[in-house]
Write a protein that binds this ligand. Structure first.
Ligand code: NAP
Length: 303
């Protein structure tokens, strides 16, 4: 359902993240209904935003809207950019104690005067629906059950939906951030892939990606992955979200570009995610899924 053969002159199946996210959100809506009617629990997600970064505000608005759409309670806190770090930590401490709040998300990036690691570590691990807490990354690395970061989780779900069993596949992850690259590599390893992680100091990345059955690009360099980087029939997941100027659309207009040169790579890949409409929608759907998981865990419920 979430995979479409492209109608354009591409060979690749287009992995429709928008449609897949819709089906994940529909499953979440059903789970929320069961939690409410059979267990008297309404999952609650608290989103805290510090400062007025326009991109962050757009994400947060969309998170709030979709949270209420699936029947959860949404708690939204805006703090000014000059908020002292201690005040943010106090807010997190209150949310940690609040039984109505099952998931806490602090929108990143934070203003420069705040220590992101310290703020993330202040969130109770079982409420850390972003999966960034060191306890959750440790659990992921050791094969335990913790909160899994939403973007890599969404990528893994799309890969499994497209390819089935990933066992034995060679996966190359481009990027090694704590938010995407490292947890993505860990999830692929847990799914029995042979994983190579590449980054800004890797020599001749194209030689490595040409060997890959799966490429996950999480770099932040627009259209970096070119057609000659990709093996015929490979599956390509593009995490990149780069805003570029688009004078052809009119003065001051912009367009969103991924880390993959979609138009050329789609002619050679077996399957590929578009930008927009690929990884992005799945990230928010996985956030809602994680909030249900958190509510179940905190109330000792298995669905
Ligand atoms: P990040 O923290 O900046 O990490 C980027 C990674 O790419 C780093 O590991 C860096 O290597 C590597 N890199 C940078 N330039 C490179 C180059 N020329 N060749 C090879 N590797 C290079 O970024 P991030 O948070 O992981 O995000 C990556 C992209 O995904 C961004 O475009 C971001 O907007 C997007 N994103 C999308 C979603 C979504 O929901 N769709 C979610 C999160 C992020 P070093 O470690 O050596 O510096």
């Amino acid at each position: 359902m979430a995979i479409e053969q492209s109608k354009e002159s591409t060979n690749a199946a287009i992995i429709d993240g928008k449609a897949f996210a819709l089906s994940v959100r529909s499953d979440v809506t059903k789970d929320v209904g069961i939690l409410k009617t059979q267990h008297n629990v309404t999952p609650g997600l608290a989103v805290v935003i510090v400062g007025a970064d326009p991109a962050s505000q757009i994400y947060v608005r969309s998170k709030v809207k979709l949270t209420t759409e699936v029947g959860m309670n949404s708690y939204h806190f805006e703090m000014p950019a000059d908020t002292p770090e201690a005040s943010l930590l106090e807010k997190i401490s209150d949310l940690n104690k609040d039984p109505k709040v099952h998931g806490i998300l602090v929108q990143l990036p934070l203003p420069k005067h705040m220590n992101e690691a310290k703020v993330i570590e202040a969130i109770t691990p079982s409420k850390d629906v972003d999966g960034f807490h060191v306890i959750n990354s440790g659990l992921l690395a050791t094969g335990g059950q913790g909160m899994v970061p939403c973007t890599p989780l969404g990528c893994l779900m799309m890969l499994q939906n497209t390819l089935g069993d990933l066992s034995g596949k060679h996966a190359v992850v481009i990027g090694r951030s704590n938010i995407v690259g490292k947890p993505m590599a860990q999830l692929l390893l847990n799914a029995n892939c042979t994983v190579t992680i590449t980054h800004s100091r890797t020599q001749n990345i194209a030689k490595i990606t040409r060997e890959a059955d799966i490429i996950v690009a999480a770099v932040g360099v627009p259209e970096m992955v070119k057609v000659d980087w990709v093996k015929e029939g490979a599956t390509v997941i593009d995490v990149g979200m780069n805003r570029l100027e688009a004078p052809e659309k009119g003065p001051g207009k912009t367009r969103l570009a991924g880390d993959v040169d979609f138009s050329s790579v789609a002619k050679k890949a077996g399957a590929i995610t578009p930008v927009p409409g690929g990884v992005g929608p799945m990230t928010i759907a996985c956030l809602l899924k994680n909030t249900v998981t958190a509510a179940c865990y905190q109330n000792n419920i298995s669905l």
